[in-house]
Design a protein around this ligand. Structure first.
Ligand code: SF4
Length: 687
């Protein structure tokens, strides 16, 4: 052990995945010496994964941005270092000119799931007050927007129905579209322990993921066929007497419509649509139906589809039919958020149609309350979603983009289109830790700080609000997104108020009934709190809806949704399906995890391919393969594995030298605009 004394140890929340593990960050001589999980951490109970524990060297990477950069000589000039004053005046002058000349809606703003709640609160306030537009969205649009809309419609709130602790009581877990052991490792490990203790396990996933090896039933669905599989399981629940008729009579709506629709989904037909054997679907339905306390855990494999909201609704149907939500001892429906603060970014109203707490911007009464506090005039018309901002930029209606902490040119689908949108703008502002692909298009890049260097809160996947505390000093002149937004708005002549993150949370709580009882002081005193938390004495609700559902009539809503095919289908020209997702060692764009020892665990990206397909294509393990879609081609080393079935391939978008999103589909969920990252028709050939 290193004998030198530690400077300090700080308890904070992991800034990688949405599990939200509690970590202790030990600092020596200004750098992270070690990270250890909090022994009695509320979610992680003494565990942390390879990202939370070891992926922190990025904080002292030589690539960190430490001063503002500006491109003052026009688009073709290089970015050069600038003082904060020069960069702020430059950005404020250009944004003000664009707003005054083309109107506030000529500016689009994208906030971040890596930013704290307080930063997201301030970002949407900046958009609505300093810019005067509802053109504010966040990257949950690209992952869990269908969860927010689907869960709200089914149950009333835009989050999972239960606490992860409720899983301790489950006797059957149905996991759909979530590779937990790689994307949410601590919850994946917790589920493994439950299975080893006797819980039954159903996995619905096109790939034979790690947890499928332990499953009683693996429903290996064809990509894009979730709705068919969920409808088939619902039919089994009803036909075989597993539906809780008393619950349905007293606490749910929509049974007649759903029953009528399910006449078209006998297991044989549903199974054919989903590409599985009928008996597999029936077995899944029987396991879930026979359980006393079944739980549903799902992820991006449900939401990132052209019919992702239908996927969330038809999956929620299973819990409603079974009466396994909103009842004592129930385990409900948990939605696994990808990035650390996906839930919080939306909770804070970084959305084009909703103010904090999912309060509609179209509601005059809601706007009046915000206008009084903000001394402003919030526009009544909903703004643009992320993909619509790109289309509007290419069409010339959006003239400036403001991107906080997301590398949209690498992580958003059909990235050629994203780059065209950025190039079409007159002005682009970016906050980031590193010079990213997005920053290449920016006129101003502000150096931002990471979760280890700032103050605030995150909300994890089970609606738990947790404190984030600075363990390190920021490098150079880097500043938090919170400070940057304040400085820029002041340079534009607007004071956003709430000078500290604690003040921002207090203002949010005063305006947002579901956060009314949450404050930094209380979180520091009592520890994490689940929202809704309606006053200072409310302990918060981990298990929701025990009295009634939060819908307008207090009843859960079943949804009758037919299976519709994905946006792209394999055909003679593009005969394979590409699925994108996550791998254990890396996080999202990889900008942080690639600059840590985790890079040794996975130094480069590969394309997973079944050995039978590889043999047909004349490829051996490690050979280069070119993946071509209707949009672009990208080359990867091939990795032979039978975890993907023949006809399918898998990779991630964590490496900029394998820009996977150049090829991904431009299809999106018709309800929410969430892109279909999970189904892209491609061709393969040896490169
Ligand atoms: Fe961080 Fe998620 Fe790993 Fe926990 S499971 S340590 S939150 S990356």
């Amino acid at each position: 052990a290193d004998p030198r004394p530690l400077d300090r140890t700080t308890t904070t929340t992991c800034g990688y995945c949405g599990v939200g593990c509690s970590l202790r960050v030990h600092v020596r001589e200004g750098a992270v010496a070690a990270v250890t999980p909090v022994h009695d951490g509320p979610v992680n109970r003494g565990h942390a994964c390879v990202k939370g524990r070891f992926a922190h060297a990025f904080t002292r990477s030589r690539d960190r941005l430490t001063t503002p950069l500006i491109r003052a000589g026009g688009r073709n000039s290089p970015l050069r270092p600038a003082s904060w004053e020069e960069a702020l005046v430059f950005a404020a002058t250009r944004l003000t000119a664009i707003r005054d000349r083309h109107g506030p809606d000529a500016i689009g703003m994208i906030s971040s799931a890596r930013a704290t709640n307080e930063e997201n609160y301030l970002a949407q306030k900046f958009a609505r007050v300093a810019l005067g537009t509802n053109n504010i969205d966040n990257c949950s649009r690209l992952c869990h927007a269908p969860s927010a809309v689907g869960l709200t419609a089914a149950f009333g709130h835009a989050g999972g129905t239960n606490s992860v602790d409720d899983l301790d009581d489950t006797d059957c877990i149905l996991i759909a579209g979530a590779n937990l052991t790689e994307a949410h490792p601590v919850v994946g490990a917790r589920i493994k322990q439950l299975v080893l203790r006797g819980a039954r396990l159903v996995v619905i996933d096109p790939r034979r993921i790690d947890l499928a090896e332990m499953a009683d039933v693996h429903v290996q669905v064809r990509p894009g066929s979730n709705v068919a599989a969920f409808n088939g399981i619902a039919r089994v629940l009803i036909d075989e007497g597993y539906a809780d008729q008393d619950f349905l009579r007293t606490r749910a709506n929509g049974l007649a419509e759903l029953t009528a629709l399910l006449a078209d989904y006998p297991p044989e037909h549903a199974a054919r649509l989903a590409g599985v054997a009928p008996e597999t679907l029936v077995a899944a339905g029987r396991l879930y139906g026979a359980a006393r306390r079944p739980a549903i855990v799902y992820g991006l494999g449900v939401t990132e589809h052209a019919h992702g909201t239908d996927g969330v609704r038809t999956l929620s149907n299973l819990a409603i039919l079974k009466g396994a939500v909103g009842t004592p001892g129930c385990c409900g429906v948990l939605s696994m958020r990808g990035q650390n603060n996906v839930q919080g970014a939306s909770d804070m109203g970084a959305l084009p149609d909703l103010l904090p707490g999912y309060q509609p911007v179209t509601d005059a009464g809601v706007r009046a309350r915000f206008n009084r506090t903000w001394q402003a005039e919030v526009p009544a018309r909903p703004g643009l979603r992320i993909l619509d901002m790109f289309a509007a930029a290419i069409a010339g209606r959006v003239r400036a983009m403001y991107v906080i902490g997301e590398d949209i040119a690498q992580t958003d689908p059909d990235s050629g289109n994203v780059r065209r949108a950025l190039a079409a703008c007159d002005f682009v502002v970016n906050h980031d830790l590193f010079l990213s692909a997005t920053a290449e298009h920016a006129d101003v890049v502000f150096p931002a700080v990471s979760f280890l260097e700032k103050e605030g809160t995150f909300v994890n996947f089970d609606r738990r609000v947790q404190r984030v505390r600075p363990a390190l000093d920021p490098p150079g002149e880097a500043r938090s997104d919170f400070d940057i937004l304040h400085l820029l708005s002041r340079a534009m002549g607007v004071d956003l108020g709430c000078p500290t993150p604690a003040h921002a949370m207090a203002e949010c709580a005063a305006l947002t009934p579901t956060f009314a009882g949450i404050s930094h002081a209380r979180l520091d005193r009592e520890g994490p709190l689940h929202w809704p938390c309606r006053d200072a004495g409310d302990p918060g609700e981990g298990r929701l809806y025990l009295g009634s559902f939060a819908t307008s009539d207090g009843r859960a809503a079943l949804a009758a949704r037919p299976y519709l095919p994905p946006g792209e289908q394999p055909d003679g020209r593009f005969p394979y399906v590409l699925i994108t997702g996550r791998r254990l060692a890396h996080y999202n764009s990889g900008s942080m995890s690639r600059r840590t020892p985790n890079r040794q665990l996975q130094p480069r990206e590969v394309l997973d391919l079944h050995p039978d397909d590889a043999a047909r294509l004349g490829l051996a393990d490690g050979d280069l393969v070119e993946v071509t879609s209707r949009r672009a081609a990208v080359t990867y080393p091939v990795h032979l594995t039978d975890t993907v079935p023949p006809g399918q391939t898998f990779t991630t978008f964590s490496f900029p030298d394998a820009p996977t999103n150049a090829v991904t589909s431009d299809a999106a969920d018709s309800t929410t605009g969430c892109p279909e990252y999970k189904v892209t028709a491609v061709s393969l050939r040896a490169a």
